[in-house]
Design a protein around this ligand. Structure first.
Ligand SMILES: [Zn+2]
Length: 353
């Protein structure tokens, strides 16, 4: 439901801050930083207050409104459009068990809007020195690119240089050119053979494709698709001993072959006492939700390209939705218990109808 505190329509009620449009692929906080600089605001709070005041927003309501909504308003976009174009939300909730029919940036779910302002890239704000210099020369200003904030992105293919990361708090609000000469570091050792490998390109391509989505994929359905792919590619999902099946490569074993250890360690951190292996297995079993980047790593192991992976996920998820739609009374919760039996049982029910 739309927050009643925000006027639904209309222009600003009185002269507001000077506005410019965000650059394509510019991340929300980078855009906020530009508005702060051209209007002489010292903090993001000053900018928020100015946009809110010019929008006729009551000060008592300001706490309920996210900065993303205010930035959408000053840029002339709908909140959904702004979230999809200028935040990392589409990637971060690209594959999820929660509210899968809710579009990214929907004002019906305030929690999703709140997550829009939270960064999850632990290495800091990421930039390409070549892109920064080119933008300064051609546009007069450099900005923080959304695509470079995809976790695990370590190389600019345009300039063929390793990316730099800045851990300074609030870096996104400042121009990346400020950090060029100091305050940056290479994320991890960058091996050119790795960044040109199909596995790395598939991983990055899949994350970039998820960044372009307008609503998420159901993690249970994606797990079923990945499980089928494991069977087709003869990759074991589990490291548990299966007797004579021990010769079959495991998902986590393939991950260690295709990705450098340092990169993999930074991408699949331990969670609730579980390590990389358990998280990769969970993604391919579809038994529990994993981080989006873990699904992307599993896809990079199982598919030759991001396009192939996205096609299979898209078709597989739609197929399962159609099957479920035909099975009235089907208890959706059982989908997560046994992927093989579920799929067979769903098909058997449809065929018997
Ligand atoms: Zn570059």
């Amino acid at each position: 439901m739309m927050d009643r505190c925000i006027p639904k329509t209309g222009t600003f009620t009185r002269a507001g801050p000077t506005a410019v449009l965000p650059s394509p692929d510019e991340i929300d906080e980078s855009y906020a930083g530009v508005l702060m600089r051209i209007n002489g605001f010292g903090t993001a709070g000053d900018l928020e207050n100015a946009i809110a005041a010019s929008s006729g927003l009551e000060s008592s309501c300001l706490r309920k409104v996210t900065i993303v909504e205010l930035l959408a308003r000053i840029s002339g976009m709908s909140v959904e459009e702004f979230v999809c174009r200028h935040t990392t939300v589409p990637l971060r909730r690209g594959i999820t068990p929660h509210h899968v029919s809710t579009p990214h940036g929907s004002e019906a779910r305030r929690g999703i809007l709140s997550m829009a302002s939270r960064r999850q890239n632990s290495v800091g704000a990421v930039m390409c020195p070549g892109c920064v210099r080119a933008e300064q020369e051609n546009l007069g200003r450099s900005y923080w690119h959304r695509e470079l904030q995809i976790p695990g992105t370590i190389w600019c293919h345009r300039h063929r240089v390793p990316l730099l990361a800045c851990k300074q708090e609030g870096a996104y609000f400042r121009s990346p050119s400020e950090f060029l000469s100091k305050g940056t570091s290479q994320q991890i050792e960058c091996d050119e053979a790795f960044v040109n490998s199909p596995a790395y390109k598939t991983y990055i391509g899949l994350c970039a494709a998820l960044m372009e989505t307008t609503r998420p994929y159901d993690s249970k359905a994606v797990g079923i698709v990945l499980a089928a792919r494991c069977r087709a590619r003869k990759v074991r999902r589990s490291t548990k001993s299966r007797g004579w099946l021990n010769w079959v490569p495991t998902l986590s074993g393939r991950a260690r072959e295709l990705f450098p250890e340092q990169w993999l360690n930074s991408m699949v951190p331990s969670s609730k006492g579980e390590g990389q292996i358990a998280q990769l297995e969970r993604a391919a079993w579809g038994t529990s939700h994993s981080h989006v980047t873990t699904y992307a790593i599993a896809c990079a192991i199982l598919y030759a390209s991001a396009d192939e992976a996205m096609d299979d996920i898209y078709l597989g998820v739609r197929e399962l939705e159609a099957l479920e739609g035909k099975c009235r009374g089907w208890d959706r919760s059982v989908v997560c218990t046994d992927t093989d039996k579920n799929r067979m049982r769903l098909q058997a029910i449809v065929q018997s109808n």
